[in-house]
Design a protein around this ligand. Structure first.
Ligand SMILES: Cc1cc2nc3c(=O)[nH]c(=O)nc-3n(C[C@H](O)[C@H](O)[C@H](O)COP(=O)(O)OP(=O)(O)OC[C@H]3O[C@@H](n4cnc5c(N)ncnc54)[C@H](O)[C@@H]3O)c2cc1C
Length: 328
């Protein structure tokens, strides 16, 4: 019998095998649409919707294992052990993805306090709420923000904090990349906000050296601006933009850098020639290999800077970066 007929036969005759085949199909589909080239071609919402089917795959695979897995059926102790493992795993997902966000949002009662234009296509949104000093957020992290307006409540977008949380206000700064981010400009103060997070490991917690270099490209300045506020020790900030006009939050960066004794370099001009090539970076920060590097910007710029850092022998453990795109 050929392998396909054998599989069909098994699926028809053995309890749970059909469910396992469907689960495998879903996992392959989710893996396929997450490949970089596929992810780039899909709308985020479509990709996310397909991704949610992973939960279905997990449940189908579990019921298959319970039905035919010898590890489950070998002894009562094995059965209890595996049930306990699965219960803890699924329970953690349930608590992390549903209970915790609902509880946090009920507790903090987030609302838009103000919307401040930073440029023609960038706005900052200030969000306040109750007991924000108890929210465990750090500079460099992001939330999935859902603004509860009539026409946009269904859409959640990730935006980094653009200022270190001060216990009273959270701030995000967003560039209009599509309909959702463009609509932020028109959000009314008082609008309720549902935020999921904080997420992300792009924080000062992962520092390995006393001194740092912060490299921002375009709107990638948001977590960099927040990090500069929180970092201790000497920092060199490099802000790469097309032209001065694009340098949102520049005044804040300059004032912060001045207050903290940091160096700030605004690097302007078109992407080519690469102004953050190894030679240029080494000129701006001669001791770069002895510093932690925090990097956030558009994917091509990030890839170029990561290449430069490799050439300058900056150890991988000292390089920390945040990508603003799931398709990087
Ligand atoms: C971790 C992270 C932090 C970010 N922080 C900032 C920030 O501080 N400031 C800023 O201006 N931008 C930030 N972005 C990018 C921002 O999330 C997108 O520009 C925004 O979601 C676009 O949504 P839209 O509805 O306006 O546009 P769309 O037309 O829906 O999308 C435009 C692009 O954004 C991507 N996108 C849309 N929704 C999401 C989503 N929920 N998750 C991931 N990608 C999405 C799409 O794939 C597409 O490539 C961040 C992205 C990530 C992943």
């Amino acid at each position: 019998m050929d392998p396909v007929s054998q599989l069909v036969d098994l699926a028809e005759t053995v309890e749970g095998v059909f469910r396992a085949v469907v689960a495998l199909g879903i996992v392959l589909l989710v893996g396929g649409v997450s490949a970089r080239w596929a992810r780039r071609r899909l709308a985020y919402e479509t990709w996310h919707f397909i991704h949610l089917y992973t939960y279905v795959a997990v449940v189908l695979a579990f019921t298959h294992q319970v039905a035919v897995g010898t590890t489950f059926t070998a002894s009562p102790a094995a059965t209890s052990y595996w049930y306990a493992l699965w219960t803890v795993a699924l329970g953690s997902v349930f608590v992390g993805r549903l209970v915790l966000p609902l509880w946090r949002n009920w507790r903090h009662q987030l609302r838009v306090e103000a919307v401040v234009p930073e440029s023609d296509n960038v706005v900052s949104v200030y969000v306040t709420g109750r007991d924000l000093d108890r929210l465990p957020a750090r500079a460099g992290q992001f939330f999935l923000w859902r603004f509860l307006t009539k026409d946009r409540w269904w859409q959640a977008n990730p935006f980094s904090l653009s200022a270190a949380p001060d216990g009273r206000t959270l701030r995000l700064t967003a560039k209009a990349a599509g309909d959702g981010s463009a609509a932020l400009r028109h959000i009314k103060p008082g609008t309720r906000v549902f935020a999921e997070g904080p997420y992300g490991a792009f924080t000062a917690m992962h520092r390995t050296r006393p001194e740092a270099v912060l490299v921002a490209g375009g709107v990638g300045v948001t977590p960099i601006r927040a990090l500069l506020e929180e970092l201790h020790g000497h920092a060199v900030v490099i802000y790469r933009v097309g032209s001065d006009r694009d340098a949102v939050l520049y005044d804040e960066l300059r004032d912060l850098a001045h207050a903290k004794g940091s160096e700030l370099h605004l690097v302007t001009g078109p992407p080519v020639p690469d102004k953050l090539a190894p030679g240029e970076l080494a000129r701006l920060v001669p001791d770069i290999a002895d510093r932690d590097v925090f990097l956030c910007g558009p994917p091509p710029m990030m890839n170029a800077v990561l290449g430069s850092l490799r050439e300058l022998n900056v150890p991988r453990t000292q390089i920390h970066f945040e990508r603003f795109s799931l398709a990087g």
